[in-house]
Design a protein around this ligand. Structure first.
Ligand SMILES: NC(=O)c1ccc[n+]([C@@H]2O[C@H](COP(=O)([O-])OP(=O)(O)OC[C@H]3O[C@@H](n4cnc5c(N)ncnc54)[C@H](OP(=O)(O)O)[C@@H]3O)[C@@H](O)[C@H]2O)c1
Length: 320
């Protein structure tokens, strides 16, 4: 597995890193599905073991993934896997607790303490603010920043990160938050990371960057023939493209084109979808959700940069 230096952290992480959102299983936030149905604990543990064996050494989780379940599964691995071998990132912010705002300092502390217990560690490698929703007139921004910085001073995290689905929102808060690492939505169907100028900022300031949802929760692989019915608690039921016949048809066609163009490689579709993203950053990794051993083994064959012409060709296919 190719390794990259995660920007100014100077930490070496696998270019394909492991996203563990699905390990939380099905989950609801009020009436909203926010998890992944059909996950079992054995698949998750086996995926982690195989990832370690294959050099996928950066694991991404969050306090809210299955309400701590994803973190707990990771925490149970340390008798088998040396803690020092793994770069652990977790996040705070999507659990309000009894409060009106997302970033209540007492609640942030309570959740971080819970994360450390779940992860069975005294200090995580990276702690993110999970989103950039800082309330009306940014009234909770200073609280969020000072609290997370205090956690770093107390030695509960080595590095700080900032995340959101929107590159524009991250860009708006990046100077004041001054994160070491940015975690952002990015895949071949969405070029906002580049057009928003976030890429320029990250490159100029030598920040680490982690691209999440690189295959849009599995959709971009073109493996779906028909609109998909997801079980309760699966966030994919809210992603409209899984129901869009025209998009599914185009993705199936693209699958065939990728299979043809990259036929000499193993996993030609994933080669095209994932390896083209490495052209967009020298200081970061792709956070791929791998739900089981098989998906980890497939992921372990990825991680090299595609040739620039190939990457351009792939991105053009996914302009809708
Ligand atoms: N910061 C944030 O706000 C944020 C938001 C989203 C995600 N993330 C992070 O990024 C990680 C990845 O993002 P994501 O989970 O949204 O989506 P993703 O990586 O784009 O998609 C992952 C899904 O694709 C399918 N898949 C994986 N490997 C495959 C393969 N080789 N062939 C076919 N299908 C495959 C699996 O689902 P099936 O097997 O069910 O098809 C898997 O769960 C998350 O786990 C999380 O750590 C962060």
């Amino acid at each position: 597995m190719r390794k990259v230096i995660l920007g100014r952290t100077n930490c070496e992480v696998s270019s394909i890193s492991l996203g563990t959102w699905a390990f939380g299983g099905e989950s609801m936030n009020g009436k909203m599905a926010v998890g992944w149905a059909g996950q079992n604990k054995k698949d998750s543990s086996d995926a982690l073991t195989r990832a370690w064996e294959l050099g996928i050494n950066h694991w991404d989780t969050a306090d809210v993934y299955g309400n701590g379940k994803s973190e707990s599964i990771i925490g149970e691995m340390w008798p088998k896997i040396p803690r020092k071998d793994i770069f652990i990132a977790t996040k705070l912010g999507w659990d309000k607790g009894p409060h009106k705002n997302w970033y209540n300092p007492n609640h942030m502390r309570k959740n971080l303490e819970r994360s450390l217990v779940n992860l069975k560690t005294n200090c995580v490698d990276l702690l993110y603010l999970h989103h950039c929703n800082f309330g009306e007139n940014d009234m909770y921004l200073n609280d969020a920043i000072s609290t997370i910085k205090q956690f770093q001073i107390e030695g509960k995290t080595k590095y700080l990160g900032l995340s959101d689905w929107s590159s524009e929102r991250v860009l708006k808060y990046i100077k004041i938050c001054d994160p070491d690492v940015v975690q952002i939505y990015h895949n071949v169907m969405d070029n906002n990371y580049i057009t928003s100028e976030l890429k320029n900022y990250v490159d100029k300031n030598n920040l680490g960057v982690c691209f999440f949802s690189p295959i849009k929760h599995g959709l971009l692989t073109g493996k779906y023939k028909n609109p998909v019915k997801f079980n309760d608690g699966d966030h994919r039921s809210r992603v409209k493209e899984f129901q869009d016949v025209k998009i599914l048809k185009k993705l199936r066609k693209n699958k065939t084109l990728l299979e043809e163009r990259f036929k000499k490689k193993k996993n030609p579709v994933m080669q095209g979808l994932i390896n083209s993203l490495f052209l967009d950053s020298d200081t970061g990794c792709v956070l791929l959700g791998q739900r089981n051993k098989k998906q980890v083994e497939m992921a372990s064959l990825l991680g090299e940069k595609l040739a620039p012409d190939d990457a351009k060709w792939v991105k053009k296919l996914y302009k809708f």
